[in-house]
Design a protein around this ligand. Sequence first.
Ligand SMILES: [Cu+2]
Length: 370
Amino acid sequence: MKSGEIARAASQALKALGLSFALALAPQAALAVAPAPAASAPAVTSTADAAAPAADAAAPVAAAAGSYTPLKPIEGVGMPVDGAIGLQQQYSPLGEYGHWMHNVVLLPIITVICVLVLVLLLIVIVRYNRRANPVASKTSHNTLIEVIWTLVPVLILIGIAVPSIDLLAKQFKPAPAKALTIKVTGNQWFWTYGYPDNGDFEVVSNMLNVPGQPTINNGVRDVGSKPWDGPSHLEVDNRMVVPVGEPIRLQITAADVIHSFAVPSLWFKLDAVPGRINEKVLFVEKPGVYYGQCSELCGVKHGYMPIAVEALPRDKYNAWVLTHAGGVIDGQKKPEAAPAAAAPVADATADAAADASEAPAADASAAPAA
Ligand SMILES: [Cu+2]
C-alpha cells in the first residue's frame, strides 16, 4: 500500500516538474511488457491445457483446476503494515531467531551504549568545562578503569558474536537431501517458478494491474478482481505455492540482469544472478500468503515485480501440483486418469462461479481424487 502511495506521489511529482520521463516510461513499458505476458500466458496454458487459447488463458485454467483455490491473505500478515517501524512479524524459525537477535540482543545493547555515552558526554560538558573547572586535573592513567573499558566491550562483542555466527551458519545450512527443490528465476520484470521435483512445470508470476493506474502487464487482470487478492503492487496472477512445515531448497537465478528474491516475513533474501545458481532453504511455519519484492535495481519496472509465496499444507500443495499438466507427486504422475479428473473439474466449474466461502468444498472434493 505504502509503495503504491510512493509510486503515485513520485509520478505526480514528475508530472508537476514537466519531465518527459513519465511519458517516455509509458510507451517503453507498453513495448517492454508486450513480450512478457505473451510469454506468461502460453506458459500458464501449457501447464494445464495446451489447447486453450493463449489470451485470457489463466482464468479458465484456474477454474478448470478446481482442486485449488488461492488462499486469501490475512490483513497485516506477511505484508507491510502502514506506520510500522520494526521488522515484519516472522513466520520461519530462522526469522524468529533473527527477530530475537534484533529486538532482544542488539537493540537493547545499542540503546544502553548510546545512553551511557550520551550521559558521559553530558557530565563532561557540564562538570568539566573551563568555566566550572578552571584548574584541570593532571590524571592521565587509571589502570582499573582502563581494564574495565577494555574488557567490557570485548565481553559485549563476544556476547553478540556467539548468537550472530550461529544465526549466520544456520542461514546457510544446506537443505536435507530429500527436500523439495523449487527453481526461482528473475526476469525483467516478473518471476518464474520451476518445480523440477513435481514434473518440471513452470509458473509465470506477473504483478496484477492497479485500476486507474497505467497498465503494467498487458493481459493480466486488475488487483481486487478476485476475492483472494492481497494488497496492490504486491499481489500477482500466479503465486509461488510451497508446502508448509518442511525445508524447501530454493535455487535462485536470473535470465537477464541481477534481481533479488526477498520475502521479509520469511527471513529470505538472496540475489538472483544470471549464469549462477544461489541456493538457500525456505521454511514456512504457517499456511498463508507472504509477500515480497525484487530487491535489486533491475530496470525500469524493478518496482513492479512482486513476489507472493503461498504456503499450503502438503495435501493441498499436492492438489495444486496436480492442477498442472505433467504435475507429479513423489515421482508418480497424476494417479487417476481422465474420468477421475473429470469429477473435480466439473465441481470446479460450478464452484468457480460461487464465492470464496465455497472454495474449501472444492478443495475437499478434490483431495480424495488426488
Ligand atoms: Cu528485479
